[in-house]
Design a protein around this ligand. Structure first.
Ligand code: TGC
Ligand code: FAD
Length: 390
């Protein structure tokens, strides 16, 4: 088929609006044209393909749900999810870039920023003229961001920022960083730090076996003078960064379906063509079991994401509901990637097929934005009322 046909076993398309389908198909066509042909090469050489930034902006991947007056696409949450699904069908690293830009940089500026900050940053971020990153995780504080050590002091006409962030997607090339740091009272605030501010550096993290087509790095603040107007005034406390994570995790719940669809689609086609013992391997029960379980799990994940999207559109999706979908759908995708890889035999380990790349990428996706275990504990805390984190 010219255009990738997503598995749609329960006719979910019937529940989508014309706009949803238009947005989805535009993203799908762009991924097929501009991502799939080049992504393996960039993953192999561990480089982010900067030339795709313009295309990401054009399909509405930067701020899908940010209002049009700020340059966003003004779409609903299901369109946002469908865009993430299609991008991650191409590559989780490309979807990461879009997630960070939209939900972790544009969203906090939109939701917690002043009107001046919105006007200054959002249109340029929506067009991809500026790229952003989000600094929450630190070398000593990953799952427990509340323990962060990065801090800022009020120096009268500016803030003085010191500390370090690790594992930051897009940091090596980002123009702006939304950084979470504690003030002198230990309260967490968001600050917009711009490339070029003295004492601010962004060394790249090398030797990743996962998300190789995405640039990851550190953020180092050595007595950085941050103008006071760069503080996000609308919300403070750990709930401020966690509110951004709700939006990014929701996008990942959809994105993971895209990676799973690509693995399933590839394995199905391969199994129908590849013959052993005189017949297509798709004719063997063991291979059918794998394929049947894949389509079942994808279908369940689609329904979870779709219903979550409805709740999000109504402003009713809880953090715990989002955690459940992120955890389930990423786990579903990584298991499908592992099974699909085996179905391709030796060919499955090569870059001639996308599966091994998805499989390795998903090791990051199951870790970032809250690990698999942390999301289980969020569900546990929600249903029992007893947080088991500490
Ligand atoms: P806890 O006591 O539960 O909460 C602290 C305060 O925050 C409030 N809150 C929320 N507010 C808004 N939205 C949410 N989702 C919220 N969740 C909690 C909460 O009500 C409380 O408020 P208050 O007023 O009482 O202070 O916090 P805790 O310290 O016990 O930690 C809980 C835990 C472990 C669940 C949380 O910290 C967590 O989610 N940890 C995982 C860390 C994480 O996800 N890091 C992600 C970094 S960014 C990233 O990975 C980007 S990858 C990007 C890509 O490439 O796609
Ligand atoms: P740790 O918190 O040290 O966890 C190690 C293990 O212990 C995990 O299995 C975890 O589940 C488990 N564990 C921790 N606490 C508990 C507990 N209470 N109970 C049971 N088990 C527990 N962060 C950003 O801020 N911005 C980014 O853009 C960003 N991009 C990333 C990109 C990549 C490629 C990667 C790999 C990470 C990125 N991260 C980013 C960081 C990511 O969010 C963290 O890696 C993640 O939150 C886990 O933190 P950690 O790596 O320090 O692991």
């Amino acid at each position: 088929a010219d255009l990738f046909e997503a598995p749609d076993y329960y006719l979910l398309d019937d529940l989508l609006s014309e706009e949803h389908k238009l947005v989805r198909d535009a993203a799908r066509a762009w991924v097929k044209r501009d991502i799939s042909p080049i992504i393996e090469e960039y993953a192999q050489k561990a480089e982010f393909p900067t030339q795709i930034i313009k295309g990401l902006a054009e399909i509405g991947a930067f701020g899908p749900y940010i209002p049009e007056e700020y340059g966003g696409a003004g779409l609903d949450q299901i369109s946002y999810g469908l865009i993430m699904q299609e991008i991650e069908r191409g590559d989780s690293g490309v979807r990461s870039t879009a997630s960070v830009q939209s939900s972790l940089v544009m969203y906090p500026i939109f939701a917690y920023g002043t009107e001046e900050q919105r006007q200054k940053y959002l249109p340029k971020l929506a067009s991809g003229e500026w790229m952003g990153c989000f600094g929450l995780t630190e070398p000593n504080h990953g799952s427990n961001p509340g323990g962060m050590e990065t801090k800022f002091q009020d120096k009268g006409d500016h803030f003085l920022l010191n500390g370090a962030k690790l594992w930051i997607s897009n940091s090596p090339f980002a123009d702006v960083a939304v950084v979470w740091a504690k003030n002198e009272e230990g309260r967490i605030h968001g600050l917009i730090v711009e490339r070029g501010m003295e004492g601010f550096t962004t060394p790249e993290t090398h030797n990743k076996w996962s998300l190789r087509a995405s640039a990851t790095g550190e953020l180092i603040f050595d007595n950085v003078k941050v103008p006071k107007e760069n503080l996000l005034p609308g919300k403070n406390g750990l709930g401020a960064p966690l509110g951004c994570l709700d939006s990014a995790r929701y996008g990942i719940a959809w994105g993971a379906i895209g990676a799973a669809m690509d693995c399933y689609d590839t394995a199905l086609r391969y199994a129908l063509e590849r013959e052993q013992f005189g017949k297509p391997i798709a004719g063997f029960q063991l291979q059918q079991k794998k394929l049947a379980e894949m389509i079942t799990e994808i279908t369940k994940a689609q329904l979870l994401a779709f219903r979550l999207g409805q709740l999000k559109n109504e402003g009713r999706a809880s953090t715990a509901q989002i955690s459940m979908a992120k955890r389930n759908n990423v786990d579903m995708a990584i298991k499908i990637a592992r099974e699909a890889r085996q179905m391709l035999g030796g060919m499955g380990i090569t870059g001639d097929y996308s599966i091994m790349r998805h499989m390795m990428n998903l090791e990051s996706v199951i870790t970032y934005e809250g690990t698999h275990d942390i999301h289980l504990l969020i569900t546990g805390a929600d249903i029992t009322g007893i947080p088991a984190f500490k």
